[in-house]
Design a protein around this ligand. Sequence first.
Ligand SMILES: Cc1cc2nc3c(=O)[nH]c(=O)nc-3n(C[C@H](O)[C@H](O)[C@H](O)COP(=O)(O)O)c2cc1C
Length: 197
Amino acid sequence: MKYCILMGSPRKNGNTASLLSIFVNSLEQAGSDVSCIWLYDKNIKPCIGCKNCQNNWDGFGCVLEDDMQDIFDQVYECDFLILATPIYSWYCTPPMKSSLDRLVYGMNKYYGEKKGPSLWEGKKCAIITTCGYRPEKGADVFEEGIIRYCKHSSLIYSGMLSARDEGDKSSFMNRQIAEKTEKFAESLLNMRLDANN
Ligand SMILES: Cc1cc2nc3c(=O)[nH]c(=O)nc-3n(C[C@H](O)[C@H](O)[C@H](O)COP(=O)(O)O)c2cc1C
């Protein structure tokens, strides 16, 4: 099982990164193939809605020249896409939003003269997020957006791990959050086992 993580936090040692390091460790200990793309290190232009990608049903077909072709290829080759992001203004951070826009058109060939295929049909997709508010009020809008995004794209939505940043007074990571993260990784690994049976 190949996991591709799109990491949307700008902070290399931030809250989302601390969840992610425990999560990746759990997957790797179980022998999974994991790649992580730090989106803030990449040149990712926003989608311009030109629809040129809709004329190419075999690949990305995007006319913009930046790092998105390589990201498309890595997502295309994975079995499980993980969207890791802090919540900014009730949604994901800007490079993740641009990536989601570029992928929803580049992967779903629905918008040309004839309706074409979803190139990523059947892949799984999960969320890892941190937010300042309680997750029910901080991450709910992003989760709902991704549930609809998955349904539209024929991806299998597989759940969300979310943890609250309580501010500077307490440190973010603690035993409870670490255990919750390990359990989340285990639940995704169990999906792989279910699918193999
Ligand atoms: C620009 C900005 C916007 C934010 N917007 C929200 C928000 O809408 N809802 C929320 O719950 N937290 C919000 N937060 C808090 C972050 O989601 C939270 O601190 C997160 O843990 C930061 O993760 P990081 O350390 O990986 O950057 C915002 C933080 C920043 C910097």
